[in-house]
Write a protein that binds this ligand. Structure first.
Ligand code: GDG
Length: 522
């Protein structure tokens, strides 16, 4: 397997050369493994058919695929994911494989087919009507439908079976996220002990009283404990997981000092390793950005000149607290009329999971608040909220980050929140204020320098925004420098190196030495 040094996975060219700290070359102990197999629900490249029948490739939105694609490009190996594009079958070989990236292939994407009925139970049902709300503490949204768990189990089994042909010698199987809680144990039954299994849980882990609402709580824990290494973004999620293990599994023992669970004859190391971004690449893109990108975008979206700019960038998801944020903006204009016509809030949302009723209803509520606020406070020449559901190019997103005076992250729960880190990395002039919910994983490392938002306290949200808009530039710079340094330090390359060292330390007989593992994710 190739050792790799990380570079940008830029899919759009930026011009000129880097004028910030160059990307640090980094080595990982990937050499310890003969094969890398990544499993995720979402695929990094999707083939779709245009109206005229021609094929196009798109790259689905989301932090997970954006982070792992460059890793696979460097490491080679196979990425197994759901082939959900209507052109996906057209390009695969007899083993359902296609080499990617399409323009310069460096690894193999293996597609798993899931028909509509199964997708409804596994994806729209168990994963996103039950596990997602449970993990995000949204218990009122959690729905248990008959048949959903069976669909989830069947898809988990299908993925586990697809791993087996790839295993040879010392293989690393790296499972992603809450769609595949059962997979580690299913793989463990099918592969030799020399295989290392890792799982990264990208969303929060719930408190035991919330997790107890899942009828299959024990089965999910049993599945995850098939992994040698189970990672969360931050320590508090890892600790909640260990608490759940103690609470639900009588025959498991937890060594809290070492953060190891012994269960069913093997050990699982539970670690906190916060996902980072390629801060250098974001900074370079921002530094080299042509002014015209912002000028064109602001003309298209009707963002006025000469006002301060507040920004929100989110998937359209109730966990992101978008509705609450817009209501706080409404209160701000009520209580502080001086901001009218002096600040404009741009909110970009990417619709997702639209076939789930809670998401469709949430979208309607968000649009209703936007209309109400604009109706109440808008004037002939100014709208308080500029709202778009268009998918932006990375350059357009960077232009917004760079021009924003403050970024609003008001998530009610969020595993990490990469948007906050991207904003910081793109703020190359060291101004701008990060207003960050204390319910994000990102807050654990950035919260003492950011302007903290408690999303459960409505008063505090609008007051925090008010403070941010009034912050002197000198103070902005002091804070932003620290935020940027921390984001650059705990970058994507740091995340990968740390995790791969952890995987490599998991010996073939699966007895893991606790020494040297990162148990503190901050
Ligand atoms: C999950 C967890 C965790 C957004 N709109 C556009 C666009 N984006 C990109 C952002 C960012 C990504 O999508 C969103 O990442 P987040 O981390 O903020 O949120 P989730 O999608 O909910 O991710 C989260 C993450 O997994 C990784 O573990 O941090 O807690 O919920 O990269 O830039 N990108 C483009 N156009 C858009 O309009 N190009």
């Amino acid at each position: 397997m190739r050792n790799f040094a990380y570079e940008s996975d830029s899919d759009e060219s930026s011009t000129g050369s880097a004028d910030t700290t160059p990307s640090r070359d980094w080595e990982t102990p990937l050499d310890s493994f003969d094969t890398l197999v990544v499993l995720s629900n979402r695929q990094p490249y999707r083939h779709t058919r245009d109206a005229d029948g021609s094929l196009a490739v798109d790259r689905p939105t989301g932090g997970l695929t954006a982070a792992l694609d460059p890793v696979c490009q460097r490491a080679g190996g196979t990425w197994i994911a759901w082939g959900d594009g209507d052109g996906d079958r057209q390009v695969v070989d007899e083993n359902d494989r296609v080499d990617v990236p399409p323009t310069d292939p460096s690894y193999t994407l293996e597609r798993v087919w899931i028909d509509d009925d199964l997708a409804d139970t596994y994806y729209s049902g168990y994963s996103n009507r039950l596990l997602w709300p449970i993990c995000h503490g949204a218990v009122d949204e959690a729905k248990i439908r008959p048949g959903d768990y069976d669909g989830y189990r069947r898809v988990n089994e299908r993925f586990a079976e697809r791993v087996v042909p790839h295993v040879s010698g010392e293989s690393l199987i790296w499972v992603q996220d809450y769609h595949f809680a059962l997979v580690p144990a299913m793989i463990r039954e099918r592969v030799p002990p020399s295989t290392t299994i890792g799982q990264f849980w990208h969303v929060p882990w719930p408190k035991p009283e919330t997790f107890s609402r899942v009828p299959q709580a024990r089965a999910l824990l049993d599945g995850l404990l098939g992994a040698d290494v189970l990672s969360f973004h931050v320590r508090r999620f890892a600790d909640r997981f260990l608490t759940c293990v103690e609470y639900f599994l009588d025959d498991a023992s937890v060594d809290w000092d070492a953060s190891v669970v012994s269960y069913d004859g093997s050990d699982t190391q539970v670690v906190a390793v916060p996902l980072g971004i390629d801060a250098d690449e974001h900074a370079r893109r921002s530094q080299n950005l042509d002014d015209g990108v912002y000028e064109t975008l602001s003309a298209e979206l009707s963002i006025p000149d000469g006002t301060l700019l507040g920004l929100g960038v989110d998937r359209l998801d109730y966990a992101k607290g978008i509705e609450e944020r817009l209501e706080a903006i409404e209160t701000l204009f009520e209580r502080r009329p001086r901001w009218r016509e002096s600040v404009t809030f741009v909110q970009t949302t990417t619709p997702s999971r639209t076939d789930i009723p809670a998401y469709a209803a949430y979208g309607k509520r968000v649009r209703r608040v936007v209309d109400r606020v604009n109706e109440r406070f808008g004037t002939d020449s100014w709208q308080p909220i500029v709202y778009t559901e268009s998918y932006l190019t990375r350059d357009q997103l960077t232009a917004l980050y760079r021009n924003a005076d403050c970024l609003l992250v008001t998530s009610l729960a969020d595993g990490m929140n990469l948007v906050s880190k991207e904003f910081v990395a793109a703020s190359v002039d060291e101004t701008g204020v990060l207003c960050l919910s204390d319910q994000t994983g990102a807050h654990d490392a950035l919260g003492d320098v950011a302007n903290t938002i408690d999303p459960t306290d409505r008063e505090s949200v609008w007051r925090t925004i008010d403070d941010a808009l009034r912050m002197p530039v000198r103070e902005q710079r002091v804070r932003m420098r620290t935020l940027r340094a921390r984001t650059a330090e705990r970058s994507l390359s740091w995340w990968m190196s740390t995790l791969f060292e952890t995987f490599a330390a998991a010996t073939p007989d699966r007895s893991i030495s606790p020494q040297g593992y990162p148990t503190d994710g901050t």
